[in-house]
Design a protein around this ligand. Sequence first.
Ligand code: GLN
Length: 287
Amino acid sequence: MTRIWTTLDVLRWTIDYFKSKGIPSPRVEAEVIIAYALGIKRIDLYLQHDKPLSPEELGRCRHFIKRKIGREPSQYITGQREFWSLDFYVSPDVLIPRPETEILVETAITYIRENFYKFIIDIGTGSGVIAISLAHEIDNIEIVATDISINAILVAKKNAAKHSLSHRIEFVVSDLFKGISRAKQFDLIVSNPPYVAIDDYEKLEPEIRLYEPPEALIGGEDGLDIVRNLISEGVEHLRSGGTMLIEIGQGQMEKVERFVRNLENIKQIKVVKDYSGIDRVVCIEKG
Ligand code: GLN
């Protein structure tokens, strides 16, 4: 007689299997994958723990378990990622939004409210999370969101539509500011650019290295190639009294500060730390 597998049996087996294969966060990953394979919420895994699974359901579980063993990020498997308490669609065309980037959104909201900023641009929008979170949070702002990748822009547009915010955001395929009219100036520039140094990239988890778009992560030898270009082009597109907010990585602030000190018309440069105490968001205020 073939064995009957319940939801809980499969979940337990998967957690052990993930543990034995060295998958990080095996319990959470198993819950996400099995719930997705069965088309139920994570909480239902426990509410329906004794439900026997059909051969089709077991087949789906096996398929998704195999993908996770190949170190595919569960966000690409499920096509979902939460950010700013909103649900976003993600595909391998875009970086999976990181929790640190919420600090960038939080900082942007403070600047917009305190300075009555209206014209905003998000450079390298990827899945669109920054632009969409800002549009969702604040009514009377106009947002342009760019990306060098047309496939990323398609993902961002899909997310804007999902949150009924398509009419609030203009999406443009553009390499930094090259696709933006020279005369166009903004109150606020926000960006989570690629900023990983090439040597650090090689040491990242396989989930990142094997599946996430390298062009969204790598910023040359010291990680700051794109940041420097972004700042140089950005100050030209910033109106007087405007601010540029850029996410950076651990240990990069000093170098960025030195670079900015050589520019004209900068009133102030500040940094906001993330919850681990790492310098995360550079704030460059134009005089
Ligand atoms: N914080 C991300 C990581 O280390 C990098 C994001 C980025 O380059 N914009 O995976």
